[in-house]
Design a protein around this ligand. Structure first.
Ligand SMILES: Nc1ncnc2c1ncn2[C@@H]1O[C@H](COP(=O)(O)OP(=O)(O)OP(=O)(O)O)[C@@H](O)[C@H]1O
Ligand SMILES: [Mg+2]
Length: 468
């Protein structure tokens, strides 16, 4: 065992190299550790903070406003609190902070704060809100701007798929909340838009919001709006509930929303009014909610990622979109539709898929579902020149390989022949696609679990699946 001093040095190096800001104070509020990331965030120099009392270094704070001191006093952690402030060099910074009391042998010996810089995410989300506001103001029905899907765009003939369409059409005739469950790329957004544009809300806004992309505190502001002064830098701005009034909100990946916000959402749905963050006025709202999950909602309830009461409130109409591998009848039909689409878009004259491709398409598991099929066809249609039939040579070798390997019942990596790959990049992409596919399969397409196994973030995995 190495000496204690050696371990301490190691710990310092590790804590210095993480992306998050870390600030540890002792029980008297004096800084004992302050990393470079925190110094950059706060516009300070490490040596100006280290060894000094908090209130001495940050005179604008007091015992009630300093999260460190609050936690030291109460002994209770503060989790994921969003803060916006002007730092020491006048830069506006937004962070999500978690502050935890350090307890040793039942005694408070200090507090640590871990801060994540979300300034860029905040600006981006504000920009989205601003654009959305302009969009709804200039064209309340958004007809000319956002791609509108209707039931005519939904193709498929398998009984399970037709059942989903039947439920969706029924939903379009009502005002009830809808919960759509389907793997990535199965067409959840398409279904949601089709319901909205066939409902009597079709001339009012349709606004989609992903619940997985943002920290809870930002998402709350986006949904319900903010008032000036509710936190530093906050301005008076309606959230999407106000912007979409009379229309429909699509809440994507509702099971990724924090549980506290889920309960606030439930209250809004039950009571029919919202209050902006920091606001005093209750604003009546009339929006229809369509929520989606890409894991079985009941499993999400059992795992504790979806509140049971919210689940019952949303699940008035329940639509289950089967994955593509569960409806193989639709693979060739959809291929044909996409060939038609891209004939028009790319000005080509392709008649069909070669018969030799059919068996690959039918055996393949399509982890990215209809989106993946569409992308594969689009890629091939870009390659084909004067011919009329899509053949193996028009598809990237790793796709054909992966399909052939699945037909034989084992992963593509074992089947790879280096000489057949144009570049190392292509080979690595094929290996990556294969690893992602098996992780998704192993975890029944639960992105969170698969991402954990692959040791990448959930967002990164989702991005990769979309681009496959
Ligand atoms: N039944 C269908 N008919 C025609 N096109 C479809 C169908 N289902 C999906 N698509 C196409 O697949 C793509 C993905 O659809 P969509 O964005 O609705 O998926 P999603 O379920 O919302 O995926 P994610 O979970 O990744 O957000 C779109 O380009 C859409 O045009
Ligand atoms: Mg979607």
């Amino acid at each position: 065992m190495k000496s204690k001093k050696h371990l301490m040095a190691l710990l310092q190096i590790i804590l210095q190299s993480v992306e998050e800001g870390i600030h540890v104070v002792d029980e008297n509020g004096s800084t004992v550790f302050y990393n470079k990331a925190m110094a950059d965030l706060e516009g300070m120099q490490v040596e100006d903070v280290l060894g000094k009392g908090l209130l001495e270094v940050f005179p604008s704070l007091n015992e009630d406003t300093s999260t460190h001191l609050r936690v030291l006093k109460t002994g209770r952690p503060i989790v994921d609190e969003s803060q916006s402030y002007l730092n020491n060099i006048g830069k506006e910074i937004t962070t999500v902070n978690t502050t935890i009391p350090l307890i040793y042998l039942n005694e408070k010996i200090g507090a640590v704060e871990i801060a994540k810089n979300i300034t860029k995410i905040k600006h981006l989300s504000e920009e989205i809100l601003r654009l959305q506001q302009q969009l709804t103001a200039s064209s309340p029905n958004q007809k000319n701007i956002i791609k509108r899907y209707t039931f005519q765009d939904l193709h498929g003939k398998s009984p399970e798929f037709l059942m989903a369409v039947k439920m969706a059409k029924r939903a379009a005739a009502s005002n009830s909340s809808v919960l759509i469950y389907g793997e990535t790329g199965t067409g959840k957004e398409l279904f949601a838009q089709s319901i909205h544009y066939q409902s009597n809300r079709s001339d009012k806004p349709f606004i989609a919001q992903n619940c997985a992309a943002l920290p809870e505190s930002l998402l709350e502001g986006i949904l319900f709006g903010t008032t000036k002064g509710s936190f530093t830098g906050a301005i008076d701005r309606p959230g999407i509930f106000e912007q979409a009034n009379g229309g429909t909100i699509l809440l994507d990946e509702i099971n990724s929303m924090g549980l506290l916000l889920q309960s606030k959402l439930l209250r809004v749905l039950q009571e029919g009014y919202i209050r902006r963050i920091g606001g005093l006025k209750d604003v009546p709202i009339d929006v229809r909610i369509i929520a989606t999950t890409n894991e079985d909602p009941l499993e999400a309830v059992n795992r504790g990622s979806l509140r049971k009461d919210l689940y019952y409130r949303l699940n008035v109409v329940n639509i289950n979109i089967p994955s593509l591998k569960e409806r193989r009848d639709d693979i060739l039909l959809l291929s044909e539709r996409f060939i038609n689409t891209f004939n028009q878009q790319l000005n080509k004259e392709v008649w069909m898929l070669a018969a030799s491709i059919h068996k690959h398409f039918l055996a393949y598991s399509w982890p990215g579902n209809v989106r993946e099929l569409r992308n594969v066809i689009e890629g091939a249609m870009n390659l084909i020149q004067e011919e009329h039939i899509l053949k193996e040579e028009h598809f990237p070798p790793h796709i054909i390989k992966a399909m052939a390997a699945e037909e034989k019942g084992f992963g593509a990596i074992g089947q790879m022949d280096l000489s057949e790959y144009g570049s190392l990049k292509e080979l690595l992409e094929a290996i990556e696609a294969d690893l992602i596919k098996s992780a998704m399969k192993k975890h029944s397409n639960n992105i969170t679990h698969a991402a954990k196994e692959l040791k990448i973030s959930r967002q990164a995995l989702q991005h990769k699946l979309k681009n496959q």
